[in-house]
Design a protein around this ligand. Structure first.
Ligand code: COA
Length: 416
Protein backbone atom coordinates (compact mmCIF):
# COMPACT_ATOMS: atom_id res chain seq x y z
CA UNK A 1 0.00 0.00 0.00
CA UNK A 2 1.41 3.42 -0.90
CA UNK A 3 1.64 6.04 1.82
CA UNK A 4 0.12 9.51 1.85
CA UNK A 5 3.49 11.30 1.95
CA UNK A 6 5.49 8.89 -0.22
CA UNK A 7 8.24 10.80 -2.02
CA UNK A 8 8.35 13.71 0.46
CA UNK A 9 11.76 14.18 2.08
CA UNK A 10 12.00 15.86 5.47
CA UNK A 11 15.23 17.38 6.73
CA UNK A 12 14.66 16.84 10.42
CA UNK A 13 16.68 19.21 12.60
CA UNK A 14 14.46 18.60 15.63
CA UNK A 15 15.36 17.53 19.14
CA UNK A 16 13.75 16.76 22.51
CA UNK A 17 9.95 16.44 22.14
CA UNK A 18 8.04 19.15 20.29
CA UNK A 19 9.76 18.92 16.90
CA UNK A 20 10.29 15.14 16.96
CA UNK A 21 6.55 14.63 17.61
CA UNK A 22 5.84 16.50 14.38
CA UNK A 23 8.36 14.69 12.20
CA UNK A 24 7.35 11.30 13.63
CA UNK A 25 3.77 11.86 12.42
CA UNK A 26 5.10 12.88 8.98
CA UNK A 27 7.20 9.69 8.94
CA UNK A 28 4.11 7.63 9.82
CA UNK A 29 2.33 9.25 6.89
CA UNK A 30 5.13 7.91 4.67
CA UNK A 31 7.65 10.76 4.40
CA UNK A 32 11.38 9.94 4.35
CA UNK A 33 12.49 11.69 7.55
CA UNK A 34 16.23 12.31 7.78
CA UNK A 35 17.10 13.17 11.35
CA UNK A 36 20.28 15.24 11.60
CA UNK A 37 22.16 14.73 14.84
CA UNK A 38 25.35 16.11 16.31
CA UNK A 39 28.27 13.66 15.76
CA UNK A 40 29.14 11.67 18.87
CA UNK A 41 26.23 13.05 20.90
CA UNK A 42 22.94 13.01 19.01
CA UNK A 43 19.61 14.22 20.31
CA UNK A 44 20.09 14.86 24.04
CA UNK A 45 17.04 12.70 24.83
CA UNK A 46 18.92 9.57 23.72
CA UNK A 47 20.65 9.76 27.11
CA UNK A 48 17.90 11.28 29.26
CA UNK A 49 15.75 9.29 31.71
CA UNK A 50 17.54 6.11 30.70
CA UNK A 51 16.11 2.91 32.14
CA UNK A 52 18.83 0.64 30.67
CA UNK A 53 22.50 1.75 30.78
CA UNK A 54 24.01 2.73 27.40
CA UNK A 55 20.78 2.09 25.52
CA UNK A 56 18.69 4.78 23.80
CA UNK A 57 16.09 5.97 26.28
CA UNK A 58 12.36 5.39 25.85
CA UNK A 59 12.10 9.18 25.71
CA UNK A 60 14.05 9.06 22.44
CA UNK A 61 12.76 5.82 20.97
CA UNK A 62 9.09 6.75 21.48
CA UNK A 63 9.48 10.07 19.62
CA UNK A 64 11.66 9.03 16.70
CA UNK A 65 10.10 6.01 15.03
CA UNK A 66 10.31 5.46 11.27
CA UNK A 67 13.16 8.01 10.85
CA UNK A 68 16.67 7.69 9.45
CA UNK A 69 19.58 9.16 11.42
CA UNK A 70 22.57 10.96 9.95
CA UNK A 71 25.28 12.52 12.09
CA UNK A 72 26.33 15.90 10.75
CA UNK A 73 27.93 19.04 12.07
CA UNK A 74 26.85 21.90 9.79
CA UNK A 75 29.40 24.16 11.49
CA UNK A 76 32.31 22.40 9.71
CA UNK A 77 33.23 23.09 6.07
CA UNK A 78 32.23 19.71 4.70
CA UNK A 79 29.25 19.71 7.05
CA UNK A 80 28.04 22.93 5.41
CA UNK A 81 28.46 21.39 1.96
CA UNK A 82 26.46 18.30 2.97
CA UNK A 83 23.81 20.38 4.70
CA UNK A 84 23.36 22.61 1.64
CA UNK A 85 22.92 19.51 -0.55
CA UNK A 86 20.33 18.09 1.86
CA UNK A 87 18.46 21.43 1.78
CA UNK A 88 18.50 21.28 -2.01
CA UNK A 89 17.13 17.72 -2.08
CA UNK A 90 14.49 17.89 0.67
CA UNK A 91 10.93 19.25 0.58
CA UNK A 92 10.54 20.30 4.19
CA UNK A 93 12.99 21.31 6.90
CA UNK A 94 11.78 21.17 10.50
CA UNK A 95 13.67 22.58 13.49
CA UNK A 96 13.06 23.48 17.09
CA UNK A 97 16.41 24.78 18.26
CA UNK A 98 16.75 27.88 20.39
CA UNK A 99 16.03 31.08 18.44
CA UNK A 100 18.82 31.90 16.00
CA UNK A 101 20.62 28.52 16.18
CA UNK A 102 20.09 27.63 12.49
CA UNK A 103 21.11 31.16 11.46
CA UNK A 104 24.29 30.77 13.50
CA UNK A 105 25.03 27.55 11.58
CA UNK A 106 25.16 29.83 8.53
CA UNK A 107 21.74 28.98 7.11
CA UNK A 108 19.26 31.84 7.59
CA UNK A 109 15.89 31.57 5.80
CA UNK A 110 17.10 33.77 2.94
CA UNK A 111 19.95 31.36 2.23
CA UNK A 112 17.69 28.31 2.50
CA UNK A 113 15.28 29.90 -0.02
CA UNK A 114 18.20 30.66 -2.32
CA UNK A 115 19.34 27.02 -2.22
CA UNK A 116 15.82 25.62 -2.60
CA UNK A 117 12.92 27.99 -3.38
CA UNK A 118 10.47 25.07 -2.94
CA UNK A 119 11.64 24.41 0.63
CA UNK A 120 9.05 24.57 3.39
CA UNK A 121 10.90 25.67 6.52
CA UNK A 122 8.99 24.84 9.70
CA UNK A 123 10.02 26.00 13.17
CA UNK A 124 8.85 25.74 16.73
CA UNK A 125 9.89 28.41 19.21
CA UNK A 126 8.72 29.11 22.74
CA UNK A 127 7.26 32.53 21.94
CA UNK A 128 6.30 34.47 18.83
CA UNK A 129 7.82 37.88 18.00
CA UNK A 130 7.95 40.22 21.00
CA UNK A 131 9.78 40.66 24.29
CA UNK A 132 10.25 36.92 24.92
CA UNK A 133 11.18 35.82 21.41
CA UNK A 134 14.75 34.87 22.37
CA UNK A 135 13.78 32.71 25.36
CA UNK A 136 14.35 28.99 25.59
CA UNK A 137 11.19 27.15 26.51
CA UNK A 138 10.24 23.68 27.72
CA UNK A 139 6.82 22.06 28.13
CA UNK A 140 5.77 23.42 31.50
CA UNK A 141 6.91 26.95 30.69
CA UNK A 142 4.54 26.87 27.72
CA UNK A 143 1.71 25.49 29.86
CA UNK A 144 2.24 28.37 32.29
CA UNK A 145 2.56 31.12 29.69
CA UNK A 146 -0.24 29.84 27.44
CA UNK A 147 -3.03 29.99 30.05
CA UNK A 148 -3.25 26.31 30.91
CA UNK A 149 -1.69 26.35 34.39
CA UNK A 150 -3.70 29.35 35.50
CA UNK A 151 -6.96 27.60 34.67
CA UNK A 152 -6.01 24.08 35.81
CA UNK A 153 -6.04 22.76 39.36
CA UNK A 154 -8.15 22.67 42.46
CA UNK A 155 -10.20 25.69 43.41
CA UNK A 156 -8.17 28.21 45.47
CA UNK A 157 -4.99 26.11 45.23
CA UNK A 158 -1.73 26.64 43.32
CA UNK A 159 -1.74 26.68 39.50
CA UNK A 160 -1.24 23.19 38.10
CA UNK A 161 0.47 21.79 35.02
CA UNK A 162 -1.12 18.84 33.26
CA UNK A 163 0.44 15.51 32.30
CA UNK A 164 -0.74 15.85 28.71
CA UNK A 165 2.20 17.39 26.85
CA UNK A 166 0.18 20.15 25.24
CA UNK A 167 3.19 22.48 25.03
CA UNK A 168 5.51 20.04 23.27
CA UNK A 169 3.41 17.40 21.51
CA UNK A 170 0.51 19.85 21.19
CA UNK A 171 2.72 22.35 19.38
CA UNK A 172 4.21 19.57 17.25
CA UNK A 173 0.74 18.61 16.07
CA UNK A 174 0.00 22.23 15.17
CA UNK A 175 3.20 22.27 13.13
CA UNK A 176 2.11 19.13 11.25
CA UNK A 177 -1.05 20.96 10.15
CA UNK A 178 0.98 23.98 8.98
CA UNK A 179 3.44 21.83 7.03
CA UNK A 180 0.71 19.89 5.27
CA UNK A 181 -1.08 23.15 4.35
CA UNK A 182 2.18 24.57 2.98
CA UNK A 183 2.77 21.40 0.94
CA UNK A 184 -0.68 21.73 -0.63
CA UNK A 185 -0.04 25.44 -1.27
CA UNK A 186 3.20 24.52 -3.03
CA UNK A 187 1.22 22.53 -5.63
CA UNK A 188 -0.31 25.79 -6.88
CA UNK A 189 2.34 28.37 -5.99
CA UNK A 190 5.38 26.26 -6.81
CA UNK A 191 7.10 27.93 -3.85
CA UNK A 192 7.98 27.00 -0.32
CA UNK A 193 7.27 29.16 2.71
CA UNK A 194 7.99 29.50 6.40
CA UNK A 195 5.74 27.77 8.90
CA UNK A 196 6.10 28.92 12.49
CA UNK A 197 4.30 27.86 15.64
CA UNK A 198 5.06 29.32 19.06
CA UNK A 199 4.44 27.01 22.00
CA UNK A 200 2.65 29.79 23.88
CA UNK A 201 0.26 30.25 20.93
CA UNK A 202 -0.42 26.52 20.58
CA UNK A 203 -1.23 26.16 24.28
CA UNK A 204 -3.46 29.24 24.18
CA UNK A 205 -5.23 27.78 21.16
CA UNK A 206 -5.89 24.61 23.16
CA UNK A 207 -7.16 26.82 26.02
CA UNK A 208 -9.52 28.67 23.67
CA UNK A 209 -12.59 27.94 25.84
CA UNK A 210 -10.93 29.67 28.78
CA UNK A 211 -10.52 32.89 26.80
CA UNK A 212 -14.22 32.49 25.98
CA UNK A 213 -14.87 32.28 29.73
CA UNK A 214 -12.71 35.32 30.48
CA UNK A 215 -14.99 37.45 28.36
CA UNK A 216 -18.11 35.91 29.90
CA UNK A 217 -16.66 36.67 33.34
CA UNK A 218 -15.79 40.25 32.36
CA UNK A 219 -19.39 40.70 31.24
CA UNK A 220 -21.32 38.95 34.00
CA UNK A 221 -18.94 38.79 36.99
CA UNK A 222 -19.75 35.10 37.48
CA UNK A 223 -20.17 31.86 35.54
CA UNK A 224 -22.97 29.65 36.73
CA UNK A 225 -21.43 26.32 35.66
CA UNK A 226 -18.22 26.93 37.63
CA UNK A 227 -17.95 25.34 41.10
CA UNK A 228 -17.42 28.84 42.56
CA UNK A 229 -21.11 29.51 41.83
CA UNK A 230 -23.17 30.38 43.83
CA UNK A 231 -21.34 30.32 47.19
CA UNK A 232 -17.68 30.96 46.25
CA UNK A 233 -16.09 34.16 45.01
CA UNK A 234 -15.06 35.09 41.47
CA UNK A 235 -12.07 37.35 40.94
CA UNK A 236 -11.07 39.24 37.82
CA UNK A 237 -9.61 36.25 35.91
CA UNK A 238 -10.99 32.84 34.97
CA UNK A 239 -10.46 30.72 38.10
CA UNK A 240 -9.24 27.17 38.48
CA UNK A 241 -12.31 25.02 38.28
CA UNK A 242 -11.28 21.64 39.68
CA UNK A 243 -12.85 18.97 37.54
CA UNK A 244 -15.77 21.01 36.28
CA UNK A 245 -16.66 20.48 32.65
CA UNK A 246 -15.40 23.10 30.21
CA UNK A 247 -18.63 22.86 28.22
CA UNK A 248 -22.26 23.66 28.83
CA UNK A 249 -23.08 20.30 30.46
CA UNK A 250 -22.07 19.91 34.14
CA UNK A 251 -19.55 17.16 34.85
CA UNK A 252 -17.34 16.00 37.73
CA UNK A 253 -15.09 13.15 38.84
CA UNK A 254 -16.72 10.87 41.41
CA UNK A 255 -15.42 7.96 43.45
CA UNK A 256 -16.15 4.36 42.55
CA UNK A 257 -15.91 1.14 44.55
CA UNK A 258 -12.35 0.54 45.71
CA UNK A 259 -11.27 4.21 45.76
CA UNK A 260 -9.82 3.80 49.27
CA UNK A 261 -6.95 1.66 47.91
CA UNK A 262 -6.98 2.27 44.14
CA UNK A 263 -5.96 5.83 43.17
CA UNK A 264 -7.71 5.44 39.82
CA UNK A 265 -11.07 4.09 41.03
CA UNK A 266 -12.94 7.14 39.77
CA UNK A 267 -15.16 8.04 36.84
CA UNK A 268 -16.02 11.29 35.08
CA UNK A 269 -19.77 11.70 34.68
CA UNK A 270 -21.60 14.35 32.70
CA UNK A 271 -25.17 15.19 33.56
CA UNK A 272 -26.29 15.98 30.05
CA UNK A 273 -29.79 17.47 30.20
CA UNK A 274 -31.42 15.02 27.77
CA UNK A 275 -30.19 11.98 29.70
CA UNK A 276 -30.79 13.43 33.17
CA UNK A 277 -34.18 11.79 33.89
CA UNK A 278 -32.79 8.28 33.29
CA UNK A 279 -29.61 9.10 35.22
CA UNK A 280 -31.58 10.43 38.20
CA UNK A 281 -33.74 7.32 38.19
CA UNK A 282 -30.84 4.86 38.10
CA UNK A 283 -29.12 6.49 41.09
CA UNK A 284 -32.38 6.28 43.07
CA UNK A 285 -33.48 9.88 42.63
CA UNK A 286 -36.57 9.52 40.48
CA UNK A 287 -38.03 12.15 42.85
CA UNK A 288 -35.84 14.80 41.15
CA UNK A 289 -37.71 14.25 37.90
CA UNK A 290 -40.96 15.55 39.37
CA UNK A 291 -39.41 18.26 41.52
CA UNK A 292 -39.16 21.77 39.98
CA UNK A 293 -36.16 22.35 42.29
CA UNK A 294 -34.31 19.66 40.30
CA UNK A 295 -35.91 18.90 36.97
CA UNK A 296 -34.41 21.67 34.86
CA UNK A 297 -30.71 22.36 34.18
CA UNK A 298 -31.16 25.91 35.50
CA UNK A 299 -32.70 24.73 38.77
CA UNK A 300 -29.82 22.29 39.27
CA UNK A 301 -27.00 24.79 38.66
CA UNK A 302 -26.79 26.19 42.22
CA UNK A 303 -26.87 22.63 43.59
CA UNK A 304 -24.24 20.91 41.47
CA UNK A 305 -21.99 20.01 44.41
CA UNK A 306 -24.89 18.36 46.21
CA UNK A 307 -25.99 16.64 43.00
CA UNK A 308 -22.55 15.10 42.43
CA UNK A 309 -22.44 14.01 46.12
CA UNK A 310 -25.67 12.10 45.53
CA UNK A 311 -24.35 10.60 42.29
CA UNK A 312 -21.19 9.57 44.12
CA UNK A 313 -23.14 7.70 46.79
CA UNK A 314 -24.34 5.49 43.94
CA UNK A 315 -21.06 5.21 42.00
CA UNK A 316 -19.24 4.19 45.19
CA UNK A 317 -21.30 1.01 45.25
CA UNK A 318 -19.93 -0.12 41.86
CA UNK A 319 -16.57 -0.36 40.15
CA UNK A 320 -15.81 2.17 37.41
CA UNK A 321 -16.46 -0.27 34.55
CA UNK A 322 -19.82 -1.34 36.03
CA UNK A 323 -20.79 2.33 36.25
CA UNK A 324 -19.82 2.83 32.63
CA UNK A 325 -21.75 -0.26 31.53
CA UNK A 326 -24.89 0.95 33.30
CA UNK A 327 -24.68 4.61 32.21
CA UNK A 328 -23.70 4.18 28.57
CA UNK A 329 -26.99 2.60 27.47
CA UNK A 330 -28.74 5.55 29.15
CA UNK A 331 -26.73 7.95 26.93
CA UNK A 332 -24.97 9.41 29.95
CA UNK A 333 -21.49 10.48 28.76
CA UNK A 334 -18.94 9.11 31.21
CA UNK A 335 -15.37 7.87 31.27
CA UNK A 336 -13.49 5.80 33.83
CA UNK A 337 -10.14 7.17 34.96
CA UNK A 338 -7.80 4.77 33.15
CA UNK A 339 -4.27 4.41 34.46
CA UNK A 340 -1.24 4.04 32.17
CA UNK A 341 -1.08 0.42 33.36
CA UNK A 342 -4.64 -0.18 32.17
CA UNK A 343 -4.06 1.62 28.85
CA UNK A 344 -0.88 -0.36 28.20
CA UNK A 345 -2.83 -3.59 28.52
CA UNK A 346 -6.04 -2.48 26.77
CA UNK A 347 -6.79 -5.06 24.03
CA UNK A 348 -8.84 -2.55 22.02
CA UNK A 349 -5.93 -0.09 21.79
CA UNK A 350 -3.61 -2.94 20.73
CA UNK A 351 -6.12 -3.99 18.07
CA UNK A 352 -6.25 -0.49 16.54
CA UNK A 353 -2.43 -0.16 16.76
CA UNK A 354 -2.76 2.89 18.98
CA UNK A 355 -0.61 0.96 21.45
CA UNK A 356 2.10 -1.02 19.68
CA UNK A 357 4.94 -3.31 20.73
CA UNK A 358 8.21 -2.53 18.96
CA UNK A 359 11.45 -4.50 18.88
CA UNK A 360 14.73 -2.60 19.20
CA UNK A 361 18.21 -4.07 18.60
CA UNK A 362 19.76 -2.89 21.85
CA UNK A 363 16.77 -2.49 24.17
CA UNK A 364 14.53 -5.39 23.10
CA UNK A 365 10.74 -5.09 23.12
CA UNK A 366 8.96 -1.98 24.39
CA UNK A 367 5.53 -0.41 24.13
CA UNK A 368 4.79 2.81 22.34
CA UNK A 369 1.87 4.90 21.16
CA UNK A 370 1.35 4.40 17.43
CA UNK A 371 -0.14 6.92 15.02
CA UNK A 372 -3.40 8.20 16.51
CA UNK A 373 -4.41 9.58 13.09
CA UNK A 374 -5.82 6.72 11.02
CA UNK A 375 -5.84 7.02 7.21
CA UNK A 376 -7.78 4.25 5.43
CA UNK A 377 -5.52 4.25 2.37
CA UNK A 378 -2.22 4.95 4.15
CA UNK A 379 -1.84 2.73 7.16
CA UNK A 380 0.99 3.53 9.60
CA UNK A 381 3.43 0.78 10.53
CA UNK A 382 5.57 1.64 13.52
CA UNK A 383 9.28 0.97 12.88
CA UNK A 384 11.92 1.29 15.59
CA UNK A 385 13.88 4.52 16.04
CA UNK A 386 17.32 4.68 14.39
CA UNK A 387 20.59 4.24 16.26
CA UNK A 388 22.78 7.35 16.23
CA UNK A 389 24.14 7.82 12.71
CA UNK A 390 22.77 4.47 11.56
CA UNK A 391 22.00 5.82 8.08
CA UNK A 392 24.83 8.35 7.67
CA UNK A 393 26.67 6.48 4.93
CA UNK A 394 23.59 5.49 2.92
CA UNK A 395 22.21 9.06 3.00
CA UNK A 396 25.58 10.50 1.99
CA UNK A 397 25.79 8.04 -0.91
CA UNK A 398 22.18 8.13 -2.12
CA UNK A 399 21.17 11.75 -1.53
CA UNK A 400 24.37 13.76 -1.22
CA UNK A 401 26.27 11.78 -3.87
CA UNK A 402 29.43 11.16 -1.80
CA UNK A 403 31.65 8.16 -2.55
CA UNK A 404 33.48 6.08 0.06
CA UNK A 405 36.57 8.32 -0.03
CA UNK A 406 34.55 11.50 0.48
CA UNK A 407 32.67 9.89 3.37
CA UNK A 408 35.96 8.85 5.01
CA UNK A 409 37.35 12.38 4.62
CA UNK A 410 34.19 13.92 6.13
CA UNK A 411 34.47 11.54 9.06
CA UNK A 412 38.14 12.42 9.53
CA UNK A 413 37.21 16.13 9.58
CA UNK A 414 34.54 15.54 12.26
CA UNK A 415 31.79 16.70 9.88
CA UNK A 416 29.78 13.47 10.33
N1 COA B 1 25.97 19.95 15.01
C1 COA B 1 26.55 20.96 15.67
N2 COA B 1 25.89 21.76 16.53
C2 COA B 1 24.59 21.50 16.71
C3 COA B 1 23.93 20.46 16.07
C4 COA B 1 24.68 19.67 15.16
N3 COA B 1 24.12 18.66 14.50
N4 COA B 1 22.64 20.47 16.46
C5 COA B 1 22.50 21.46 17.34
N5 COA B 1 23.67 22.08 17.51
C6 COA B 1 23.95 23.25 18.35
C7 COA B 1 23.14 24.44 17.98
O1 COA B 1 23.69 25.05 16.85
C8 COA B 1 23.25 25.29 19.23
O2 COA B 1 24.49 25.98 19.20
P1 COA B 1 24.65 27.58 19.37
O3 COA B 1 23.70 27.99 20.47
O4 COA B 1 26.08 27.72 19.74
O5 COA B 1 24.30 28.22 18.10
C9 COA B 1 23.39 24.24 20.33
O6 COA B 1 23.55 22.98 19.68
C10 COA B 1 22.29 24.11 21.33
O7 COA B 1 21.00 24.24 20.77
P2 COA B 1 19.82 24.73 21.71
O8 COA B 1 18.58 24.66 20.94
O9 COA B 1 20.18 26.04 22.31
O10 COA B 1 19.80 23.58 22.84
P3 COA B 1 19.51 23.70 24.41
O11 COA B 1 19.64 22.31 24.92
O12 COA B 1 20.32 24.74 25.09
O13 COA B 1 17.97 24.19 24.50
C11 COA B 1 15.62 24.00 24.12
C12 COA B 1 16.94 23.27 24.34
C13 COA B 1 14.58 22.97 23.83
C14 COA B 1 15.26 24.77 25.41
C15 COA B 1 15.76 24.98 22.94
O14 COA B 1 16.20 24.27 21.82
C16 COA B 1 14.47 25.71 22.59
O15 COA B 1 14.04 26.63 23.29
N6 COA B 1 13.82 25.31 21.49
C17 COA B 1 12.65 25.94 20.97
C18 COA B 1 11.43 25.62 21.78
C19 COA B 1 11.17 24.14 21.89
O16 COA B 1 11.00 23.44 20.93
N7 COA B 1 11.08 23.70 23.14
C20 COA B 1 10.59 22.39 23.46
C21 COA B 1 11.56 21.34 23.33
S1 COA B 1 10.74 19.82 23.66
Amino acid sequence: MSKALDGIKILDMTHVQSGPTCTQILAWFGADVIKVERPGAGDATRGQLRDIPDVDSLYFTMLNHNKRSITLNPKTDTGKEIFAKLIAECDVMVENFAPGAIDRMGFPWEKIQEINPRMIYASIKGFGPGPYEDCKVYENVAQCTGGSASTTGEIDRVPMVTGAQIGDSGTGMHLVAGILAALVHRFTSGKGQRVEVAMQDAVLNLCRVKLRDQQRLDYAGEMTEYPQYPNGKFGKAVPRAGNASGGGQPGWIVKCKGWETDPDAYIYVITQAAAFPAFAKVIGHDDWNEDPEWNTPKARLPKLAHMFDEIEKWTMTKDKFEVMNILNPLNVPCGPILSMKELANDPGLRETKTVVEVDHPTRGKYLTVGNPIKLSASESEVERSPLLGEHTDEILKDIVGFDAAAIAAAREEGAI
